[in-house]
Write a new protein. Structure first.
Length: 139
């Protein structure tokens, strides 16, 4: 009986994982698109991977999750943070720019990509920040 219960729990957990992964997969855009040696990433939010749920805590944690999501997408497509050449940062409140920057800068060593930043009204999911990047693919 315990074995049956454990199997049932395993099936439920596996189903929940697939369902969570499907939440973002259903969106009508690609996370990244490669053209030649360039990789164009869609805007990324601070949502937990595979979900449509933002991490709690405001601009700092959202920026960290956003950058972690960007890093994972780059690595899945043959690039990394060292190959990012341009970012666009959209913020629900531009007065949080310094707090966002505090986290953002930790993802780059000594060479920062070109970047634009702007205040935006109504980011998806009520996010505080959305970041879009372009990168070259590692040779």
């Amino acid at each position: 009986m315990i074995k049956t219960i454990l199997c049932a729990v395993g099936v439920l957990l596996a189903s929940a994982t697939v369902a969570a992964e499907d939440e973002q997969a259903k969106l009508p855009f690609s996370k990244a698109l490669r053209v030649g040696n360039m990789l164009y990433l869609s805007g990324e939010l601070g949502a937990k991977p595979g979900t449509m749920s933002l991490v709690p805590g405001g601009i700092g944690p959202e920026t960290r999750q956003t950058m972690d999501n960007i890093k994972a997408t780059l690595e899945a497509h043959g690039s990394d943070m060292d190959h990012v050449v341009k970012c666009l940062v959209m913020m629900a409140d531009i007065s949080e720019w310094a707090a966002m920057n505090e986290v953002y800068r930790t993802y780059f060593d000594d060479r920062f990509p070109a970047r634009s930043a702007m205040g935006a009204n109504g980011l998806a999911l009520g996010a505080r920040v959305e970041i879009e990047c372009m990168a070259t693919v590692k040779e």
